[in-house]
Design a protein around this ligand. Sequence first.
Ligand SMILES: [Zn+2]
Length: 391
Amino acid sequence: MHSNRVHSFTLYRMTFPKLSDILEIIDKKYSFSISEKWDNSGLQLGEPANEIRRIMVALDPLPAVIDEAISLDCQLLVAHHPLLFTPLSQINGSTCVGSSVLKAARNNLAVIAMHTNYDIAEEGLNDLLASLIGLKQTLPLKKTDSAELSKLVSFIPVESFETVRQALLPYTESTGNYIDCSFSCLGEGTFLPLEGAKPAIGTIGNLEKLQEKRLELLVRRDSVSKMVQTLLKVHPYQEPAFDCYPLLNETKVTGIGRVGAFPEPSKFKDIAASVGRKLGCTAVRMVGEPERIISTVALCTGSGGSMITEAVKAGADLFITGDIRYHEARDAEALGLALLDAGHFATERIMVDAVAKFLETSFAHSDQRAELFRSNSEQDPFKNVVIEELN
Ligand SMILES: [Zn+2]
């Protein structure tokens, strides 16, 4: 009576992803290429061909988090802050980073940093905070890049058209809330195969005329080569015809931080209480009049103190961020900008759940599975203490 076991074996033909598969999943949604120039996002440590069965997600790749990941038999730690940031000239076990690298390597634990690529990307950390606190119609606060676009035009025999189109669609640029956009029309192609050619259709020395469809696709400049490589792979012709045009269209701006508005203007103190509660803070720091009515809000997760001028330029009444310094608070006062410092940890720790869910959802659409864990060991290093309660 072994039928149950055989049955379940056939039902669950799941495989474990490789580290390179997970990098690809992350890169597709939160492209590492949009990171700030000074940043070091991406694969920090690990062998891309290694199988990943268990993944831990954390804000910081702290020694305690690395221990936690190893004790749970994880093969990958996905963290927001990079483990390796400044270039190392030695991996010295007596330094904090060095010993973490050595320990992770010894225990076959890979490390990926989803840092400013995740801050900047749509549906990344800044969008996550904006939607958590209820901001609507947000735009990037500070531009980091604008995507240059191209148009790829190719000519495909009618019977192969849909196969080629489907293969190329994943590389197209979205237009607002529309994806998989393409244009096509019917026409006539001609060619005359010469001696040595191996035509898919037609014969050497005879002029061929046949119905082809012209396919037009919008593509980011940095994805053109991937799209062309795919076209050459799937197109039935030996020498497919295609044109690639650079476009002067206004392109989509990517940026860090967000600016938007609440559906209804509210008092600063009410916003502070609501944001603080949603982020699990025991206290927040406020600069500005608590009764002030706030309409437009800028935010930047983590340390946003350097973006006070951008917040003012964007017309914000309030700037929500973490790590505000004394003179930055003074600048904001002088500029008439209210500040809400909810802490670096609290404004960014929300990534743990979101990234774990993102990876779980990505696996749900494939035949690959890895188990996801959220780090329990990391805490805000700052504790708000009421002095009277210290005794
Ligand atoms: Zn940070």
